[in-house]
Design a protein around this ligand. Structure first.
Ligand code: PMV
Length: 327
């Protein structure tokens, strides 16, 4: 048996603009997905994804045909697509096309809410499954393989940001295919979650259409790129106040691109009014999570009283990426 975990992430800066070649800075957070894998000789795959969905279920299936379970197919696909992909990558890396696995997943990362839950499952899954087969992949190789899984499941619409960040940990910079780790101070992230999720594909398509129709939208995307470069400087200097100011501006630019929502705006303002250094939506938007910078407990408390916020938690920058959990 092999057990690995990998962290979720927030975007400090740069989501959406990263799709058009601007840089982005995602940061790993101390919320992890843990994947336990045991090889089995009958070639079947048994996935226990109890924590991955609201209802929780266990499915068992072989190479042929869809799993036979009494839950909506989209739910099964959401939970198993990334696991299937991770298993396929492990079989490929170990040159063992016929090996089966028992897989159990536990995740403390809300699903589809801009915190990179699927990337964390893919990274931890590939790491555990390859180690179970006696192969040790480098972190870079893991990130690459996890990216392939995301790209496949998301029909080509994935940046390297989530998977690279989850594999490496810490703050990273992604610009096209160029991915690297950044030096960063400890960042006091507070997350607010509205219990919902945006449709990433739809939101990305909306920004694309706006950018094609209006010069101001194309300029806004470029302005986000400029802001990210300023943010990198602030990160390097450990200037938390400046990081907060830039997060506020980044949220405003994302709103101009039409990807915020009433609940995201309400949570952003609740955190700011409670004294956070800055706050913005994280990820595709439309619903899901905001991230605030606050050393104190005030933002968390304020979010707890904010209509539309179903959960708030502190999640500091996680300097560790993928981690072995089986001793
Ligand atoms: O919501 P998430 O974590 O899937 O992030 C989406 C980020 C986008 O920039 C909108 C799309 C992408 O693939 O980079």
């Amino acid at each position: 048996m092999a057990v690995s975990s990998a962290p979720g992430k927030v975007y400090l800066f740069g989501e959406h603009a990263v799709v058009y070649g601007e840089p982005a800075v995602p940061c790993a957070i101390e919320r992890r997905a843990t994947v336990e894998v045991s090889a089995r000789s009958d070639g079947r795959l048994r996935v226990d994804a109890g924590d991955l969905t609201l209802d929780g279920f266990t499915v068992e299936y072989g190479g042929d045909g869809a799993p036979d379970v009494d839950v909506p197919q989209s739910l099964v696909q959401a939970a198993t697509g990334y696991v299937d992909g991770a298993v396929a990558q492990a079989r490929d890396a170990a040159d063992s096309p016929d090996v089966g696995f028992d897989v159990a997943i536990e995740s403390a990362i809300p699903l589809g809410a801009g915190l990179g839950s699927s990337a964390a499952v893919a990274v931890a899954g590939i790491d555990a499954a390859t180690r179970e087969l006696g192969i040790e992949l480098s972190t870079e190789e893991l990130a690459k393989r996890a990216y392939r899984v995301e790209r496949e499941v998301q029909s080509g619409e994935a940046s390297r940001a989530d998977t690279f960040c989850s594999a490496m940990g810490g703050a990273v910079r992604v610009e096209g295919d160029d991915c690297r780790r950044l030096d960063a101070p400890n960042l006091p992230f507070v997350i607010g979650y509205d219990g919902g999720a945006g449709d990433t594909g739809e939101l990305v398509a909306g920004v694309r259409a706006l950018r094609e129709e209006y010069d101001f939208a194309a300029d806004t995307v470029e302005a986000i790129g400029d802001l990210v470069r300023r943010g990198e400087r602030a990160l390097d200097e450990g200037d938390i106040a400046e990081l907060g100011r830039l997060m506020d501006v980044n949220h405003g630019l994302l709103s101009a691109l039409g990807v915020s929502s009433r609940s995201l705006d309400a949570m952003v303002w609740a955190a700011r009014e409670a004294g956070a250094r800055g706050a913005k939506l994280t990820g595709a938007g439309g619903g899901g999570c905001i991230v605030a910078l606050d050393e104190s407990e005030a933002s968390r408390t304020a979010l707890g009283y904010t209509p539309g916020c179903v959960e708030s938690f502190r999640a500091e920058l996680d300097f560790q990426g993928v981690r072995r959990e089986d001793g």
